[in-house]
Design a protein around this ligand. Structure first.
Ligand code: G3P
Ligand code: MG
Length: 244
């Protein structure tokens, strides 16, 4: 299986992360997948934003969970990055899927529920993917093991990835025990042995966040299923060269 190039928060090196311009750019650059982060608004709308607080990536302040979707939509999520993107707004998951459904993209929907335990975020996201008939080309991932456990009931329909940057003794076994069926690991955890173990257990393994060519080459040579990167254009070039 070819290592997929997955754009981390879209082509987030070149456009404001988790916005439509970043996703469109990723697609233009030839990314085969998109990774994005989900928080819930006060009125339980899943929205695409990495931090719990809107401060870093918008002109607002405060927590996402204290905004209604309508209020959140008024914020500018582009100017912090560059004036070129002023007026770009935060997307709901629904808006994102409306765009993605017509593209042949793999989707990695990361639940940002390791700091705030958003009630029912798992089923809200899963049902939205079902609604768009996107479950078969999506992975739901989270750093929160309890959330993975809550998704056990969906695992036969959608891939559930345990996300980790921690060095466990047997992370593959742990993932299985909590009910996950894929593993997304930080680059420093990557080892040939781990890749082999995952594949023996029929689990995909993807690695984040890789922006440098030598690391990309390592992932490809070791047979990882995906490279999650801010620079999908570079990953595409590297993969082409590495396969020659
Ligand atoms: O899903 C991979 C990666 O995005 C996890 O870390 O903080 O960039 O969301 P973070
Ligand atoms: Mg993420």
């Amino acid at each position: 299986m070819m290592t997929k190039v997955i754009a981390h928060r879209g082509a987030s090196k070149y456009a404001p992360e988790n916005t439509l311009p970043a996703f469109k750019l990723a697609e233009d650059m030839g990314a085969e997948g998109i990774e994005t982060d989900i928080q819930l608004t006060k009125d339980n709308v899943p929205v695409l934003i990495h931090d719990e607080n809107v401060k870093r990536t918008t002109n607002g302040t405060g927590l996402v969970k204290d905004y209604t979707f309508h209020q959140l939509k008024q914020l500018d999520a582009g100017s912090w990055y560059s004036q070129t993107y002023s007026g770009v707004s935060i997307l709901s998951l629904e808006e994102f899927l409306q765009w993605a459904v017509y593209k042949p993209l793999y989707l990695n929907i990361e639940l940002k529920n390791n700091k705030i335990e958003y009630k029912n975020i798992e089923s809200i996201v899963f049902e939205m993917l079902q609604h768009f008939q996107l479950v078969n080309r999506s992975t739901i991932s989270t750093f929160n093991p309890n959330s993975i456990k809550r998704m056990k009931k969906f695992r036969s329909e959608v891939e559930i990835a345990f996300l980790t940057s921690r060095r466990y003794k047997n992370v593959v076994q742990l993932t299985k025990e909590i009910g996950g069926n894929a593993l997304h690991v930080k680059y420093r955890l990557l080892q040939q042995r781990l890749v082999e173990k995952c594949h023996q257990e029929n689990m995909a393994i993807r690695v984040y966040t890789i922006n440098k060519a030598p690391r990309m080459i390592n992932c490809i040579k070791q047979g990882c299923d995906g490279i999650i990167t801010d620079v999908p254009n570079i990953a595409k070039q590297v993969r082409k060269l590495a396969s020659n």
